[in-house]
Design a protein around this ligand. Structure first.
Ligand code: C2E
Ligand code: CA
Ligand code: CA
Length: 953
């Protein structure tokens, strides 16, 4: 009896113990797997934010080096730079790039020159002498064959002590100086300490040699001989990195350790910068467990990069932190699991010990009964085991901060059987809303769901998987999650359910979305751009399989927008576009995507259900919305638009084809007199496989005499008089009106028509100018644009010679405009053609200067006469210090090379004043006059129109 009792008692406690153990094991498994995914997520997040910081620092450093290059160019261009010029030039750069501590020029002075140099400097500063440092003391420099004297430094305030300092003895700089002279490139020194604001700071210099201009610089010896000194930029590293990180808004996060080394390896002696401190937890403390179990510490991310001839290394690591400070889902699982295991064990214990009493009463029964009892308790244990495990799971699921959903494993519905409280909280759907519903009904409208396929495949193949998903709340708003799916099996291994868990990845996605947004939207109007539109159209087409539904692609082009733009200026034009964009968006409201794909071109995507007429209605409401009066700068306008429509699936099965066909239909609408719409038909394409009939029409434009030249005056900034003009072609199309050159020059190039057209331009321009000269209107010169194809053509020189002799114009009055890229693609050939043209006596100008290779020194090799500074620099020359500096450099460089400088696209008096002040020779631009037809130009000449000369100049 006693025996029996103890055996029963034993089996009771064993049963409870087993229940407990099973509970704890399951808890441990759940905890470990949850920690594993948390740790991976943590790693991933960290890697992203580390990479952002590395990219910011690298970009900032490269920017900083670029500033030195700009300063250096000043010397290259101006030759002998005065202290004032240096100040004028460097001050705005320093202001713009606060990461620059100072800019200086160190002049090489030989001993023979020393006395004269010191005497010259004493005019401005009677105490001037070349000095050197002896420990902390400043003393007159000892006699040496050469000195590298700090001649100018900016800002001067705070750096007075550096002026006159001989840096030749500063061994820190010697190696870098030698390397920079050998390579001719900006070169970084190693780390050094500088005293500033009463403290010592780690710093480095970037040095770039300055050469006497006009000398050969091909070999090291030649460069050595030509060196007159070097420019140096001083960077205090803490400031530099702080500024860069601040500017990009990416300071170190708590626990992040950023280290930057001025070496390829993490050499502590080359540690340039460190932010953040390594944590206190030691990994070895729990050497028995994988450390990610209790500690979050992402793997460090390191990157090396080249900086002015040195290799630098940046590391972003993370202090160890207990996982509790980042995540608590796993803790809840752990606590919940332990608690429910204990409860389950206690329950088993009480359940079974109650049975002990009963068992004692029947204790004397037979062996058979005893066996039966034992079997009973085993069944019970089994029962309790399953029950406790279930409860454990449920508890874990209930407290999980991640949304969890369980559905039946029965296709095709996969009816939802359970959702946890987090699901209700996050999605806004209550249990009652979703239980029993099919899974697919939860997937939004299918848009943005490229990854849905992965989940579907998992369901079909009954396996685990995960995918990044866009989810939709009950209120329709979306959010991102990493969605995990896993099949659930019963004890026989059959799959009965699927469980889904969503991990919130909104913050990563927000960052990525920001980048993606920028790449996919038009900055002016905020509408989608062509890329996004094409994507959306592709998705819509994919979703549109069969059921008679259509997708309409509308190509909307504003009529005569260019006219408004030209009359009112670009700002007003931009304003108009914004208003129209908003109107289009609301006219197509709720339906669909509106994109801006060109200056005044928009695309609209409409989903048309069979026979419900929404497409037609939207089309009309768009036309109505555009035609409403517009108010800009006190003027009232009415704009109209022409619309072409292509329909999926009938008019094309790729996004590109549909857009192209809509475009063709739009042109047809224009041909029909504008302010109307046209549906694409195959005939339209047959008539013009490409953009409307431009191609066929272009072929005959020459013989039908449809081209005209407009002339834009070029004005001398010295006396304000018209000295010449640029001839600009236009195509007077019988249906489309005046077509600007950008629309057809490329096409003409492709079709090989540019050579005869170009010849026509040259001949017409020469005849015209000859006629004006003959009429006594002045010794005018005409500039004619050459296209790349023309420049490469064999008989160019011969045909120009023929034009000149046939028209009787002296060669010096015809100027040919080439672009940088034309001469740079085949330099030798270009040099020989330019040589021949030069022999003819034709001046050559470089058009759009600054937008191509911008290799200033390279241009020396070509026999050029004029440099035309591109419009884009002139545009913000008064507001952008950087562009201003570039323009000043270009003017100085050009003069140095004996070239005349003409500024294009001058639109304001301020721009004009700036150009005058910096010695630009001529200007061309709307400020004085737009390109005008010959009769109008002639009037300008008759009137003797001049650029007003300001009294002060
Ligand atoms: P481009 O050679 O740079 O010509 C200057 C363009 O700037 C002209 O545009 C002119 O109207 C415009 N422009 C002039 N002043 C201003 C201003 O103050 N503000 C603004 N916003 N724009 C100004 P256009 O006439 O439309 O010509 C465009 C381009 O077409 C020309 O650029 C040139 O590359 C090409 N092109 C024009 N005529 C010919 C030609 O006969 N042959 C060849 N091959 N190309 C030509
Ligand atoms: Ca031009
Ligand atoms: Ca130009």
């Amino acid at each position: 009896m006693k025996n029996l009792f103890s055996r029963v008692y034993f089996s009771v406690s064993t049963t409870a113990l087993i229940a407990l153990l099973i509970g704890l094991t399951l808890t441990a498994v759940a905890f470990v797997s949850m920690r594993r995914s948390e740790s991976e997520m943590h790693n991933q997040q960290f890697r992203t934010s580390a990479n952002i910081r590395i990219a910011a620092v690298q970009g900032g450093l490269v920017d900083a080096v670029e500033q030195l290059r700009v300063v250096n160019q000043l010397f290259q261009v101006v030759g002998v730079v005065s202290a004032k010029q240096f100040h004028d030039f460097a001050a705005p750069l320093l202001q713009r790039y606060p990461q620059l501590q100072a800019l200086s020029f160190q002049r090489t002075v030989t001993h023979a020159e020393r006395e004269a140099f010191e005497a010259a400097r004493r005019h401005a500063d009677p105490a001037f002498r070349i000095v050197e440092m002896a420990g902390d003391q400043v003393r007159t420099a000892a006699i040496r064959p050469t000195y590298k004297v700090v001649d100018y430094i900016e800002p001067l305030a705070g750096n007075e002590a550096a002026v006159g300092l001989d840096t030749a003895v500063t061994s820190d700089q010697t190696a870098a100086r030698r390397r920079s002279r050998a390579s001719g490139l900006p070169t970084a020194t190693g780390l050094l300490s500088i005293a500033q604001h009463k403290g010592w700071h780690t710093a480095f210099l970037i040095i770039a040699p300055v050469y006497r201009s006009g000398l050969q610089l091909d070999s090291v010896a030649q460069r050595e001989a030509a060196t007159i000194g070097e420019t140096a930029a001083v960077f205090r590293i803490d400031n530099l990195i702080d500024t860069i990180l601040d500017a990009s808004g990416v300071r170190a996060e708590p626990g992040m350790v950023i280290s930057i080394f001025a070496s390829a390896r993490p050499d502590p002696s080359q540690l340039a910068f460190r932010e953040g401190r390594a944590g206190t937890l030691r990994q070895q403390t729990f050497s028995l467990l994988p450390y990610w179990l209790l500690v979050d510490r992402a793997d460090p991310v390191a990157e090396t990069f080249a900086l002015a001839g040195s290799i630098w290394r940046m590391e972003v690591a993370q202090a160890e932190v207990s996982f509790l400070s980042n995540y608590n889902a796993s803790l809840f699982v752990l606590l919940g699991g332990v608690l429910s295991s204990l409860l389950a064990a206690a329950y088993v214990y009480s359940l079974v010990s109650r049975d002990i009493v009963a068992e004692r009463l029947v204790g004397e029964r037979t062996v058979v009964l005893r066996t039966a009892n034992l079997r009973l308790s085993e069944d019970l244990a089994q029962h309790v085991r399953t029950e406790s495990a279930l409860r454990l799971h449920e508890r874990a699921i209930q407290v999980s901060p991640n949304a969890i959903l369980i559905c039946a494993a029965t296709a095709p519905d996969y009816a939802i059987e359970y959702v946890n409280p987090a699901f209700e909280r996050i999605t806004g759907y209550s249990k009652a809303d979703v239980l029993g519903r099919g899974l697919e009904s939860m997937q939004g409208n299918g848009i943005d769901q490229q990854n849905l396929d992965e989940i579907r495949t998992c369901l079909r193949e009954v396996r685990e998987g995960h995918a990044l998903m866009r989810n939709y709340r009950k209120d329709g708003t979306g959010y991102w999650s990493d969605l995990f799916i896993a099949p659930v099996r019963d004890e026989r291994g059959a799959v009965i359910q699927f469980v889904f868990a969503q991990y919130d990845v909104s913050s990563i996605m927000r960052f990525e979305a920001e980048l993606a947004y920028q790449a996919r939207h038009d900055t002016l109007t905020g509408l989608a751009n062509r890329m996004l539109f094409t994507e959306r159209l592709g998705q819509a087409m994919k979703a549109n399989q069969g059921d008679g539904a259509q997708i309409w692609v509308l190509f909307v082009d504003l009529d005569r927008f260019k006219f408004v733009n030209d009359t009112l200026g670009h700002e007003a034009g931009d304003e108009l576009l914004k208003v129209l964009a908003a109107r289009l968006q609301s006219a197509a409201a709720g339906v669909d995507t509106v994109a801006r794909v060109g200056g005044d071109e928009f695309l609209v995507l409409l989903n048309e259900s069979p026979d419900d007429g929404t497409g037609m209605a939207a089309l009309r409401s768009i036309m109505d919305a555009v035609v409403l009066p517009l108010q800009v700068q006190g003027y009232e306008f009415i704009l109209t638009c022409s619309i072409g429509v292509a329909i999926h699936p009938t008019d094309g099965d790729t996004a590109e084809t549909l857009i192209k066909h809509a475009d063709i239909a739009m042109y047809r609408a224009k041909e029909l007199g504008r302010n109307t719409f046209q549906f694409y038909t195959r005939q339209m394409s047959e008539r013009s496989l490409d953009r409307l009939n431009l191609e066929t029409d272009l072929r005959y434009a020459l013989e039908r005499d449809e081209f005209v030249l407009h002339y834009q005056p070029q004005v001398s900034l010295r006396d304000g008089r018209i000295v010449g003009m640029e001839a600009l072609i236009r195509w007077n199309h019988p249906l489309l009106g005046l077509i600007p050159p950008v629309r057809f020059i490329g096409l003409a190039e492709d079709m090989g028509l540019i050579v005869p057209i170009g010849l026509w331009v040259a001949r017409t321009a020469c005849l015209q100018v000859k006629a004006w000269q003959h009429a006594g209107l002045g010794e005018l010169r005409v500039a004619v644009n050459l296209s790349p194809r023309q420049f490469m053509q064999k008989g160019l020189v011969q045909s120009i010679a023929t034009v000149l002799s046939e028209t009787g114009l002296a060669a010096r009055y015809l100027e040919l405009e080439l672009t940088e890229s034309m001469v740079m693609t085949d330099v030798d050939n270009a040099i020989s053609i330019l040589g021949e043209l030069k022999n003819l006596g034709v001046p050559i100008s470089i058009d759009d200067f600054g937008t191509g290779y911008s290799s200033l020194s390279y241009l020396r090799r070509f026999p050029l006469d004029v440099l035309k500074i591109d419009r884009s620099f002139i545009n913000d020359v008064t507001s952008d210090a950087n562009n201003a500096a570039i323009v000043v450099s270009i003017i100085a460089l050009a003069h140095n090379l004996q070239l005349k400088v003409i500024a294009e696209g001058v639109e304001t008096a301020e721009q004009l004043a700036f150009l005058r002040q910096h010695g630009c020779d001529q200007m061309q631009g709307y400020y004085f006059s737009r390109p005008v037809p010959a009769p109008e130009f002639e009037q300008l000449l008759h009137q003797g129109r001049c650029l007003p000369m300001l009294a002060s100049l």
